[in-house]
Design a protein around this ligand. Structure first.
Ligand code: HEM
Length: 523
């Protein structure tokens, strides 16, 4: 008797499925159509905006303006910079079929960088994924919001003050053990030397591990440079955006090999720290210590991530690796390049170098390692670091995407979906905001001069909601290292003017012909 019942239930089931299928299909079609109409509407509004803003000539079908960048990376950088100076501060370019709105007006930069609707990174950042994954730098907005809140406190002032001793120790290795090998020598790989100093500093301060990169001479800096170059070439070469083309190039092979090295290096650090963390955890369970209850904000960055993970807010291995890699990459490359440009500027401006030397002698003298309270007293040194960052902004551009809501600027409104390019390099060298922009004038950063300018004319660390989390860290670290270098060595530079230093952009700015300074020991 049960068979007919089962059969009728089955018939019912089939009938339900038969009726449900067209309903689901209709819903899917309606959803897709709504999405498509919204997408087309967004595109239409962006195209309308592009029609109203200034645009350089030579825009070709399919390729847009991108054909004008084809050539060496140097040429591409020069071309983009030329566009800024001819069409800026705000204008539009077509990168293939992608419209890019360039925002160089300080008032508008402030609006963009302070807007919750501009915290999403643009399409270009996906190419950095192989190097830094989805760490803080490239994370999508929802993930970034959570992680920024967690990470920011590990760089608060009290913690930074504790780091000064480590800055002093790693700087001392550089000054007393590494630099003596290069006295009076030319053609030195300065970038590698200073990347290693910064790697030691960041690994001790943020990870609580000593990599001893300066003494062991690990190839981290070499791989970082290869990876950054490959990522940048991919950005600017439009056909490299297609995986099936890029994956077949030798550049891709080099990028993968370097990214693999950086991953391996990071995994080793995490493994070591995890083992130490688990040991401490065991001890704390036995000794009822306060380890688990210690406030998270007192721990270094990696300890804090491990502790959060342990307390249940899980980070996958990949998430952990991405965050750590981001700090290794973000904290070393930019700082190394800034150190090298700074020393070039000191070599080129001997009088200013002498004044900085006198300031250092006044604050700490010949021997004493700087302490936290000394650092604010290095005022001229700080102005010189800032003037270096203005002329040679380590991050020449950043990019964003408008999401969630339109953003209104001084002259037009950015519709949702617009990709933005923020040309920091251009703003820093623009004669509208800086008199004699190609002159090294640290006095521009005296408080009374700063007060005369719009704050968004100086953006080496970007600014606003998604500005650099390591800005104060960097100033403190650079002041410690540079004061210790300059009191022991005199720097000379073979470049005679700023115009002579031609630059290229491998995500981070570099001189095309290398850093041409040399050091002599002060007697
Ligand atoms: C001279 C040194 C440095 C410069 C010029 C610099 C510059 C920048 C810039 C321009 C950005 C914004 C990037 C963008 O929006 O695309 C940024 C973001 C970032 N920087 Fe730095 N940086 C420096 C040093 C450091 C250091 C030492 C650390 C680590 C301690 C660090 C960690 C980060 C992180 C994690 C981000 C992503 C922030 C976020 O999206 O919330 N940076 N940096």
């Amino acid at each position: 008797m049960s068979v007919p019942v089962a059969s009728s239930e089955m018939d019912n089931g089939i009938a339900k499925t038969v009726y449900a299928f067209p309903v689901i299909l209709a819903l899917l079609i309606v959803t897709w159509m709504m999405w498509f109409l919204k997408y087309r509407n967004e595109k239409r509004r962006i195209y309308e905006l592009m029609a109203t803003v200034k645009q350089p000539p030579s825009c070709y079908p399919i390729f847009g303006h991108s054909l004008n960048f084809v050539g060496t990376p140097t040429y591409a950088f020069q071309k983009i910079t030329e566009y800024f100076f001819n069409y800026g501060p705000n204008f539009g370019i077509w990168f293939g079929n992608m419209p890019l709105v360039v925002i160089g007006k300080p008032e508008d930069l402030e609006t963009v960088l302070m807007s919750q609707h501009c915290v999403s990174k643009s399409y270009f950042y996906k190419f950095t994924g192989i190097v830094v994954g989805e760490g803080l730098f490239s994370a999508p907005a929802h993930k970034w919001r959570r992680n920024r809140k967690l990470i920011q406190p590990t760089f608060n002032s009290r913690i930074l003050d504790h780091f000064v001793q480590i800055f002093g120790n790693t700087s001392s290795i550089c000054v007393n053990e590494i630099l003596p090998k290069y006295i009076n020598k030319r053609n030195i790989e300065w970038y590698n030397i200073f990347t290693s100093v910064n790697l030691d500093t960041i690994s001790q301060t943020a990870m609580g591990i000593n990599t001893d990169a300066q003494r062991i001479q690990i190839p981290f800096s070499k791989h970082l440079e290869i990876a950054m170059k490959a990522v940048y070439l991919r950005f600017v070469t439009i056909y490299y955006h297609l995986d099936f083309i890029f994956n077949r190039t030798s550049l891709c092979k080099e990028l993968r090999a370097s990214a693999k090295y950086i991953d391996g290096f990071t995994d080793k650090v995490i493994k070591e720290k995890k083992a130490e963390f688990n040991e401490k955890l065991k001890d704390s369970e036995q000794e009822v210590s306060t380890f688990d209850e210690a406030p998270i904000k007192r721990k270094v960055f990696l300890e804090m991530l491990l502790e959060i993970d342990h307390k249940g807010m899980k980070f996958t291995d990949k998430e952990l690796r991405d965050e750590v890699k981001t700090f290794f990459v973000g904290g070393t490359d930019t700082s190394a390049v800034t150190t090298c440009f700074f020393l070039s500027m000191m070599g080129m401006h001997q009088e200013i170098q002498q004044q900085v030397y006198e300031e250092i002698m006044e604050v700490v003298g010949e021997e004493r390692t700087p302490e936290p309270e000394d650092l604010p007293k290095f005022q001229l040194l700080e102005r010189c670091i800032k003037e270096t960052c203005r002329l040679f902004s380590p991050a020449p551009f950043v990019s964003r995407k408008v999401k969630g809501k339109d953003v209104t600027l001084s002259e037009f409104t950015l519709p949702v979906g617009t990709t933005l390019l923020l040309p920091i390099f251009y703003v820093h060298r623009c004669a509208d905001y800086w008199d004699e922009p190609l002159k090294f004038k640290p006095e521009r950063f005296r408080p009374e001069e700063v007060a005369k300018r719009h704050p968004y004319t100086f953006l080496p660390f970007s600014a606003g909601l998604r500005g650099c989390v390591g800005m104060r860290y960097s100033y403190m670290n650079m002041k410690t290292l540079l004061s210790m270098i300059l009191r022991k060595y005199k720097v000379y530079c073979d470049y005679k003017s700023i115009e002579e230093i031609k630059v290229k952009n491998y995500v981070v700015l570099r001189p095309i012909d290398g850093f041409k300074f040399h050091i002599q020991e002060r007697k």
